[in-house]
Design a protein around this ligand. Structure first.
Ligand code: DON
Length: 569
């Protein structure tokens, strides 16, 4: 990507601590955006959202259409066999809510289910095939959003996805790369090998992927709502296929799945109000902890090296807490208020030295952490009423478990791998779990997905990205850029760096930073890991209220498309 940090951008970083409480209420309803906007990871999904808004739908209807279409055209990223978090803001009453459609462990799941008799993790068991799959939450979330927040019928909003599944979409190079990476898992599933591969081979670019069975399943959801997926014929087929191939789902698991409306994590960074993901995502808490630590630094007065140093130290400390405290809030008690309290951050900040990196091993010990790239997906939507959606959706690993349940077209997730299979043993991404994230029936695995709204009296940014544990630091970098007057394009294309406590390494994108800054970080004692490839796929919508302009941008690292359009008057 070859982009360097523009130092000037950062020189004007806003002094946050002294600006706290300059205003507390935003005049949400004073104006409405002049245009609508969508940024998503695939042009067909962006088009689907625009079609729905142009047909009189609101941002929530568009979110249903975009989610379902991404499930079809980006099967390596998310799907109705997976789950996600949809952060909503409703303009009419300023309601903010997070729709938790995260997968749930089946009733027969147990904490040692991926271990052999000696207690060692069996490689691949929580990654490939239906035993790796949690009970999907996305279908329930789409039904819920359409029913409680949308204006159009569910079947109207699902129509573009059904069309895309039936008529097909063209394979691009990214699809090919992902399919090559997961070819073995896909080949092991006869339905996946014929639908998503070409008789088991990676399909040519430009070839058409048609998914008629997925179209039929989406139609069943369109007609019957929740029951169309979680009961009746589709549910029977899902359970039979899963059990036939070694999985443990039951009909009750499906029938009992419910989305949960959760209060988002909120906080203040200077003049900016942050609304972000609640547990079972770790994202919002880790993001707020980092911002609280950073809020006492006059970032605009620091050199680029010093600024990166304090950001890395904030990341290190916030991710340490992630490992220790976070899991499904319905199963473990999480001290959310304490973790996002500014006074708590004061304590964490006290150990940061400007002249020297802290060794992660010098912090109180806990195990951690995942690393991932560009699968999973995010989109941002704003409509002309001011409704907005930030949604990050996942089936976890590229193409999830690789398993399609015969007769349904549904590619199942492998989100069970986001649990800690065994304390102290890393998962596929290096995650070493703590007790709070151990497997239990009905529990939702800890996530890093961080759909986020940032707002001040001057405007609103709708932010998010895939990228596993690196999601949260990507959102941090983009948020600080927004605060520093960065526009949507600049926010999504910033060079990225990341620290997650363990392993004790600063991951840096190739070509993003000058040698003198990298040498400076090494000189302070930071251990750098220069990455071979860039990471993330961020999609941002910004409504600038000062000039009443709406802009949107999709990460140049991906194939997404951002569009700003007028829609119906
Ligand atoms: O929920 C999570 O945190 C992960 N399942 C997300 C995976 C992800 O972002 C993959 N990356 N690109």
């Amino acid at each position: 990507m070859g982009q360097t940090i523009r130092i000037g951008r950062y020189i004007a970083f806003i002094v946050c601590s002294i600006q706290l409480s300059l205003f507390s209420q935003f005049s949400h309803a004073t104006s409405q955006p002049p245009q609508a906007a969508i940024a998503s990871a695939h042009p067909i999904a962006t088009t689907a959202g625009e079609e729905i808004i142009s047909a009189g739908g609101n941002a929530f209807d568009a979110a249903v259409a975009i989610s379902a279409t991404l499930a079809v055209v980006e099967p390596y990223g998310s799907g109705i066999g997976g789950g996600g978090f949809w952060l909503l803001h409703r303009a009419s009453d300023n309601k903010q809510v997070m729709i938790d459609g995260r997968e749930q462990a089946p009733g027969k799941a147990h904490r040692d289910m991926y271990l052999d008799k000696q207690g060692n993790v069996i490689p691949g068991l929580s990654i490939d095939g239906p035993l790796a799959a949690g009970i999907p939450g996305e279908p329930a979330a789409l039904v819920h959003i359409a029913k409680h927040y949308g204006r159009l019928s569910l079947s109207a909003s699902l129509a573009p996805a059904i069309r895309a599944a039936r008529d097909g979409f063209r394979v691009d190079e990214y699809y090919q790369r992902m399919a090559g990476f997961r070819q073995n898992a896909l080949q092991a599933s006869p339905a996946a090998a014929t639908t998503l591969l070409n008789h088991g081979a990676v399909p040519q670019t430009g070839s058409l992927i048609r998914q008629p069975e997925l179209a039929a399943t989406l139609e069943a959801i369109a007609k019957q709502g929740h029951a169309g997926f979680y009961q009746g014929e589709v549910a029977d087929k899902l359970v039979k296929a899963v059990q036939r191939h070694g999985g443990i789902w039951t009909r009750d698991d499906l029938r009992n799945y419910q989305v949960i409306e959760r209060e988002p994590v909120t906080g203040q960074y200077g003049d900016y109000r942050i609304t972000t993901a609640a547990p079972p995502s770790s994202g919002g808490i880790v993001l707020m902890t980092m911002l609280n630590i950073l809020s006492a630094y006059r970032l605009e007065t620091l050199s680029e090296l010093q600024r990166m140093h304090v950001m890395i130290e904030a990341m290190r400390r916030a991710y340490r807490d992630r490992a220790e405290y976070l899991g499904d809030p319905d199963f473990v008690s999480i001290p959310v208020k304490r973790l996002i309290h500014p006074w708590y951050a004061d304590g964490l900040r006290a150990g940061i030295r400007m002249d020297k990196a802290t060794e992660s091993s010098a912090l109180a010990a806990v195990p951690v952490v995942p690393q991932q790239g560009r699968h999973t997906t995010h989109f941002s939507v704003l409509d002309r009423e001011g409704n907005r959606v930030a949604a990050t959706l996942s089936i976890n690993y590229p193409f999830g478990s690789g398993f399609i349940a015969e007769g349904t077209g549904v590619l199942l997730n492998d989100e069970m791998d986001d649990f800690s299979s065994k304390p102290g043993t890393p998962n596929v991404y290096g995650l070493v779990g703590a007790e709070a994230n151990a497997i239990a029936p009905g529990k939702r695995p800890l996530s890093s997905m961080t759909p986020t709204f940032v707002e001040s009296e001057h405007g609103i940014a709708i932010i998010g990205t895939p990228g596993g544990s690196r999601i949260i630091t990507m959102v941090l970098l983009a948020l600080l850029d927004y605060v520093n007057q960065g526009d949507a394009t600049h926010m999504v294309n910033l060079p990225r760096f990341h620290h997650q406590y363990l392993p004790d390494r600063v991951q840096v994108e190739p070509a993003g930073f000058s040698d003198s800054v990298l040498d400076g970080l090494t000189g302070l004692g930071h251990k750098l890991k220069q990455l071979d490839a860039d990471y993330g796929n961020m999609h941002v919508v910004v409504w600038d209220k000062r000039n009443n302009r709406v802009t949107a941008a999709s990460d140049q690292r991906g194939n997404g498309q951002a569009r700003v359009f007028t829609g119906p008057e």
